[in-house]
Design a protein around this ligand. Structure first.
Ligand code: PEP
Length: 253
């Protein structure tokens, strides 16, 4: 049915405020995963909650960090390195989320270091890319995605692409309630797959999962997941409600 196994992921950002709430939310999410859930499931959570959520997840979903500091050790106050979380049994992390690009001024080069260090640490990375509203209105979507893919993945080999998932997240759709239409998202996903094809050849392009993120909700998920190049979702707001995220996990096409 699907060319690639769907991958439904959530990103909690700086939520929830306490560990007790994180336990309740993760438990609710784990309860909504059944043998019939159509895809793989992942949850990116604040670093202090990684171990707790990982225990609740069991084999129902994978747990990952929302960002890492691309260093092995040293004077980087506040940093969380790939080796630290790997030693806690965590094998996934996001890189390049638009909030990190904007608020923390993470550059494409820095994001590239994060991707490479996660890959070298035998971990998996979800590289987030996407254009701002201004870039969208100027018709720069393809150019922005090409630059962010090429710079983010510089030095990553075809073989290492097995450890990479892409998330296309138009900045104008993140946290705004303005979900991209399935048609717009499909167009961009297909363009991104074409760029991966130029970079790595047909097979890698065909095998790499490209997720959509930006105000995904129980109402929009089914239409998005019907599109051939949309392999899953990265869900912010709706992943903070177990019922909503449960419905997204169990999407229907
Ligand atoms: C996100 O955090 O990556 C995101 C897409 O957020 P939201 O679903 O709230 O738009």
């Amino acid at each position: 049915l699907f060319a690639r196994k769907p991958f439904i992921t959530g990103n909690w950002k700086l939520n929830p405020s306490t560990k007790d709430e994180a336990v309740a939310l993760a438990t609710g999410i784990a309860d909504s995963v059944t043998a019939d859930s159509p895809g793989d499931i992942g949850l990116f959570v604040p670093s202090p909650y990684l171990e707790t959520v990982q225990k609740i997840a069991g084999d129902k979903f994978v747990v990952g960090a929302e960002c890492v500091t691309p260093e092995t050790a040293g004077a980087f106050t506040g940093g969380v390195s790939p080796s630290m979380i790997k030693s806690m049994g965590i094998e996934w992390a996001l890189a390049g989320h638009s909030e990190r690009r904007t608020i923390n001024k993470e550059s494409d080069d820095y994001i590239n270091s994060q991707c490479k260090m996660l890959i070298e640490s035998d971990m998996n990375v979800v590289l987030c890319i996407g254009e701002t509203l201004e870039e969208f209105e100027k018709g720069l979507v393809d150019a922005v995605c090409e630059v962010q893919l090429k710079k983010g993945l510089a030095g990553v080999s075809s073989e290492e692409m097995k450890q990479v998932t892409i998330a296309y997240e138009p900045v104008w759709a993140i946290g705004t309630g303005k979900v991209a239409t399935p048609e717009i998202a499909q167009d961009v996903h297909s363009i991104c797959r074409g760029i991966l094809g130029e970079m790595y050849g047909e097979q890698v392009a065909e095998d790499t999962r490209i997720l959509y993120g930006g105000s995904v909700s129980p109402d929009s998920v089914d239409g998005l997941m019907e599109k051939p190049d949309i392999d899953g979702t990265l869900v912010g707001g709706a992943s903070l409600d177990a019922t909503s995220f449960g419905r997204i996990i169990n999407f229907v096409t």
